[in-house]
Ligand binder design. Structure first.
Ligand code: NAP
Length: 289
């Protein structure tokens, strides 16, 4: 039986496209209040209209923020807190891959900043709201591409030897390690967190990747999952009764799976936490200890 999310508020990043937009439609169809986060106004307003029309739910709203800007992430969190007395589900879904190395307004390598540090900061700034709303869930959209990632400690800005695959793999490994460490720190609070690999999905993903990556996508993507299929485990983790007690695990096709060995490294998870606190200037702010 489908859950009824009438009393629940869900915040979802990367809601303008692909997996995020499909998840927004599914969760709004389950009657949740859905707060979509987009970046480009025109694309976001078009997605908002589509989500409302397809879900037949008017309790869907839009906030704009570039997750590569820590000032915009802070503003986003402040707006959520001022407009919403509760937050039951946070879905960190926005993500990107860059063919050439880019640096954000904060001076950080863009893949790590958008895919890991932005969600890390947003989650921290909303944790007390999630805890007040417990039971609450945090779903981090990771990827099996984590197997191509390394740990960021020697060169977090990837100034040496940039490659899109390494940068993307590192950011997705960070999603898995963040989930693991966050789950440990949230134990007993009523807030749970999981990481999800959505499968290989036909979306806009890769538009900013290298020519060869985009060519590969054009040739192969007709064999890939649809955005709705890709969103299935994300929506399940966010809403199913059976998923409510899952904490710190990595999910593929609704099943608990074992991530790459580095994704199970507790020391690496703690070191990444410390590095992320430093790079987001959160060190002196409250959070799970
Ligand atoms: N597609 C796959 O096969 C696959 C496989 C494994 C994991 N994933 C993960 O799934 C997630 C969703 O990807 P997708 O496949 O649905 O790709 P997509 O269609 O390109 O959607 C990505 C979403 O992220 C948003 N986004 C990108 N950079 C952003 C930024 N700086 N600030 C705010 N939002 C930003 C995009 O917004 P705009 O509309 O403004 O660009 C878009 O809404 C990502 O985390 C990706 O790593 C995808």
């Amino acid at each position: 039986m489908s859950p009824n999310l009438q009393t629940q508020t869900v915040l979802l990043t990367g809601a303008t496209s692909g997996i995020g937009k499909a998840a927004a439609i599914a969760l709004a169809s389950l009657k949740a209040t859905v707060v979509m986060v987009g970046r480009d106004r025109a694309r976001s307003e078009a997605a908002l209209a589509e989500v409302k029309a397809k879900s037949k739910n008017d309790r869907v709203t839009l906030l704009l923020a570039d997750l590569g800007s820590q000032a915009q992430v802070r503003q986003l969190a402040a707006t959520v807190r001022s407009r919403h007395p509760r937050l039951d589900v946070l879905i960190n879904n926005a993500g990107a891959i860059f063919g050439n190395r880019r640096v954000t307004v904060d001076g950080l390598e863009a893949t790590f900043a958008v895919n890991h540090l932005g969600p890390f900061l947003l989650t921290h700034l909303l944790l007390d709201l999630l805890q007040q709303s417990a039971p609450a869930r945090i779903v981090n959209v990771a990827s099996a591409a984590a197997r191509m990632g390394d740990l960021p400690f020697d060169d977090p800005n990837m100034e040496q030897g940039y490659s899109q695959t390494r940068a993307y793999g590192r950011s997705k490994l960070a999603n898995i390690l963040f989930t693991r460490e966050l789950a440990r720190r949230l134990s007993g609070t009523g807030v749970t967190t999981v990481a999800v690999h959505p499968g290989v999905v036909r979306t806009r993903f890769g538009e900013t990747a290298s020519f060869w990556y985009r060519t590969g996508v054009r040739l192969l993507s007709s064999f890939w999952l649809s955005p709705e299929q890709g969103a299935d485990t994300v929506v399940w983790a966010a809403s199913a009764a059976e998923a409510a007690t899952l904490n710190g695990v990595y999910l593929i096709r609704r099943q608990v799976s074992t991530p790459v060995p580095l994704g199970c490294d507790e020391q690496a998870a703690q070191r990444l936490w410390e590095l992320s606190l430093r790079l987001t200037h959160l060190q002196s702010e409250p959070g799970p200890t």
